[in-house]
Design a protein around this ligand. Structure first.
Ligand code: IPE
Ligand code: MG
Length: 220
C-alpha cells in the first residue's frame, strides 16, 4: 500500500491525511477480497524500515493501528474476516501488542478471508527469525525442506502468494514476503494507494488470471 504521503502532498495536506484515507481503502479492499471469496489477503502496513520515519509520523501510524484494531471488531465480524499478524510482535509498543493479541483472539472463529497485517514486518527479518527457531529446536539438517521452513514462518499456514500488487509507482518488493512471493505474479500500478479502489483491484485480478503460470516448467 504505497503512495499515501504523495497523495496528501498533491492536495497540500499533511502526510497523515494520506494515511487516514489509505486506511479507508485498506478496509474497502479487504471487504472486496472477502466478498470475492479470496482466502488470504496480506497488507503491508508498516515495515521494519518504516521506523526511520519521523517520530511524529511513526506515532501517528501506531495510533491509527491502535484505534483501528480497537474499533473494528464489528467490521471483521460482518465480513467474516480473521486477522493475523505478520511481523515481529516483540518490537511493537506494548499497547499495540495487546491490540493485536486481542484482534487475533476475537476474530479466530471467522473463516472467510484471513487478513494478514504486516506490521513491523520485513521479509528478511521473518526468515532470520525462522532460522533462529530452527536452530533453537536443535533439528537435524536432513529434516529441513521447503515445507519445514514454511512452518517456521510467522503464519505457518500462510500459503505462497499468487499475486503481489504494489501501488504508488515504485517497481520493487521492498522486503515484502521474501519467502512466500517466490513465484508470485507481480503487478505494479502508478495509482497512489488512497486512489486504489475496488474497480482497479478487480482489473488487476483479471490481469493475473490471464497470466500463464508455469512455475519453471515447459507448457505442454
Ligand atoms: C505507504 O505510503 C504507507 C505506509 C508505509 C504506512 P507512504 O507513506 O510510503 O507514501 P509515499 O510513498 O510517501 O507517497
Ligand atoms: Mg512510500
Amino acid at each position: 500500500m504505497d503512495g499515501n504521503g504523495r497523495w496528501a502532498k498533491n492536495r497540500n495536506l499533511p502526510r497523515t491525511n494520506g494515511h487516514l484515507e489509505g486506511l479507508k481503502r485498506a478496509k474497502e479492499i479487504a471487504k472486496a477480497a472477502a466478498d470475492m471469496g479470496i482466502k488470504y489477503l496480506t497488507l503491508y502496513v508498516f515495515s521494519t524500515e518504516n521506523w526511520k520515519r519521523t517520530q511524529q509520523e511513526v506515532g501517528f501510524l501506531m495510533g491509527l493501528i491502535h484505534t483501528h484494531l480497537r474499533q473494528e471488531l464489528k467490521f471483521y465480524k460482518e465480513n467474516n474476516i480473521r486477522v493475523r499478524l505478520l511481523g515481529d510482535i516483540t518490537g511493537l509498543p506494548s499497547d499495540i501488542q495487546t491490540d493485536i493479541t486481542a484482534a487475533q483472539n476475537d476474530t479466530r472463529v471467522f473463516n472467510g478471508l484471513t487478513l494478514s497485517l504486516a506490521i513491523n514486518y520485513g521479509g528478511r527479518d521473518e526468515i532470520v527469525r525462522a532460522v533462529k527457531k530452527i536452530v533453537d529446536s536443535g533439528c537435524k539438517s536432513d529434516a529441513i525442506n521447503d515445507a519445514f521452513i514454511s512452518e517456521k514462518m510467522d503464519i505457518p499456514e500462510l500459503p505462497d502468494a499468487d499475486l503481489l500488487i504494489r501501488t504508488g509507482g515504485e517497481k520493487r518488493l521492498s522486503n515484502f514476503l521474501m519467502w512466500h512471493a517466490a513465484y508470485a505474479e507481480l503487478v505494479f500500478t502508478d495509482t497512489l494507494w488512497p486512489d486504489y479502489f475496488e474497480k482497479e483491484f478487480i482489473i488487476n485480478i483479471e490481469e493475473f488470471q490471464k497470466r500463464s503460470r508455469r512455475f519453471g516448467a515447459v507448457p505442454v
